[in-house]
Design a protein around this ligand. Structure first.
Ligand code: GDP
Ligand code: GDP
Length: 433
């Protein structure tokens, strides 16, 4: 399980600069597909050996009312609550401000470890910059420059010190799927419908309420792990308190799964939150199956409506299979598993170089990549650069300017040739000159 690190601080101290440094953007998966909602406040940290989830809380803006009263953005509070560690940024050039003190007081109430980072300190004397921030009572200030990178590695090593190294994901050799979606779409009902019929082998209850529950089970003699973000097994049927929706929990589940099952509510229109969650799965490169739930009791007009909505707002998920199910009545759940299996196999597919190259050659014969000025890109051969999601690396010359439309054409061709239903696919280029 990855650690979550929340970046907190008043505006302008350098949170997003640090965030960008820590998260090194993902390989271009979906060059800004229309309709894809991205949330740039969450990213996977890459500094050091341990991957972790970074949250840029953005807000934390004290609102000065009568006296010094402030209200934290709800998201910020929740992130502080759910994070495993907090990095509190202050501005070494500006010096200590009253706002910093208010935030420090607030952070002292959390049980999470807080690391005080004094930013913008490039070219300055560390001891002098740090001196005035001892007053915050949060221990030794760590002096950094988010913009230049000074001290960032040391900071993150310290923050991540208590957390274990990442385990090798390759160990899981069966579908491990996360049931995700906004509150009330029917995730718990679906998890119950799935597990009601199957032989549950083990589930962990060790985690805190911040964590998803992992349940191993068998279906038709095949092993699966379900990642239950709704926490069915924990809260049980009796005490059905509605859980606060947690972006952090959702992202962690997606990252940890090899297939994501996105549950939508057919009784409601597709919301921004649905698209955001789908975007997280896509960004993570996860295989995806869509369960449009509550398909019982809908008239034809409503069914047509929601299908149109989906086509309009979730068009970027065209690689995924859509299922129209009723978790409540247990209808369509079996078919869902066919797509989970299929998506898993596609995500893990081994693509042999000779066949990849042959498919590439046929694609090139049918349609050449366009010239960039006088130069025509030359594609020579293709090999697999990774799995989950499958990455296809094309080698050749002058491949720096291949247009997105052509890349999508290639993706489509590879997807068809290798029957890669249900997984995103990445086509990358490697030029020798
Ligand atoms: P946020 O509002 O906390 O997310 O702050 P930003 O990351 O947007 O940074 C605010 C301003 O501080 C920007 O103009 C940044 O370029 C600048 N800044 C951020 N980090 C550093 C740093 O390490 N050194 C210096 N000199 N400027 C920085
Ligand atoms: P969660 O918050 O995503 O875990 O959603 P729940 O599983 O708790 O379901 C929310 C509400 O939707 C409950 O009242 C369920 O009974 C109802 N619900 C779930 N699945 C279905 C379904 O397939 N059809 C209908 N009509 N209602 C459903």
């Amino acid at each position: 399980m990855k650690a979550t690190v929340a970046l907190v601080g008043r505006p302008n101290v350098g949170k997003s600069t640090l965030f960008n440094r820590l998260t090194r953007s993902r390989d271009a998966l979906v060059a800004d597909l229309p309709g894809l909602t991205r949330d740039r406040h969450y990213g996977i940290g890459r500094v050091g050996e341990k991957p972790y989830l970074v949250v840029d809380t953005g807000g934390f803006e004290p609102v000065v009312d009568e006296g010094i009263l402030f209200e934290m953005a709800k998201q910020t509070l929740q992130a502080v609550d759910e994070a495993d560690a907090i990095v509190f940024l202050v501005d070494g050039r500006n010096g200590l401000t009253p706002q910093d003190k208010i935030i420090a007081n607030r952070l002292r109430q959390t049980s999470r470890p807080v690391f005080l980072a004094v930013n913008k300190a490039e070219g300055m004397n560390r001891a002098i910059v740090a001196a005035e921030f001892y007053e915050l009572g949060l221990g030794d200030p760590l002096v950094i420059s988010a913009a230049h990178g000074d001290g960032v590695r040391d900071l993150m090593d310290m923050v991540l010190e208590p957390f274990p190294e990442a385990v090798d994901e390759e160990n899981v050799k069966h579908p491990k799927f996360a049931v995700i979606g906004r509150p009330n779409v029917g995730k718990s009902t679906l998890v119950n419908a799935v597990l009601g019929e199957e032989r549950v082998i083990a589930f962990d209850e060790a985690g805190t309420t911040r964590d998803s529950i992992y349940i191993d089970f068998e279906r038709e003699n095949k092993p699966y792990t379900i990642i239950d973000t709704a926490g069915v097994r924990r809260r049980g049927k009796v005490n059905e308190a509605i859980e606060k929706f947690s972006v952090i929990k959702t992202i962690k589940a997606i990252e940890d799964a090899n297939v994501a099952v996105l549950v939508l509510d057919a009784q409601l229109d597709i919301s921004e939150q649905d698209a955001t969650i789908a975007g997280f799965a896509l960004e993570a490169g996860r295989a995806l199956v869509i369960a449009v739930n509550k398909w019982d009791n809908l008239d034809t007009e409503r069914k047509d409506n929601i299908k149109r909505e989906i086509a309009r707002k979730l068009g970027f998920l065209e690689f995924a299979k859509f299922h129209y199910i009723s978790a409540l009545q247990g209808k369509g759940v079996g078919d869902l598993f066919k797509s989970i299996d299929e998506a898993y196999s596609a995500a893990m597919a081994k693509l042999a170089t000779p066949k990849l190259t042959r498919v590439l050659e046929v694609a090139l014969e049918r349609q050449q990549p366009p010239r960039a000025g006088l130069i025509r890109p030359k594609m020579r051969y293709a090999h697999q650069g990774g799995m989950n999601p499958p990455i296809i690396v094309i080698h050749g010359n002058a491949l720096g300017n291949v247009p997105d439309s052509y890349t999508r054409y290639l993706e489509h061709t590879f997807r068809k040739a290798f029957k890669l239903q249900g997984t995103p696919l990445r086509v990358q280029y490697k030029s020798t000159e």
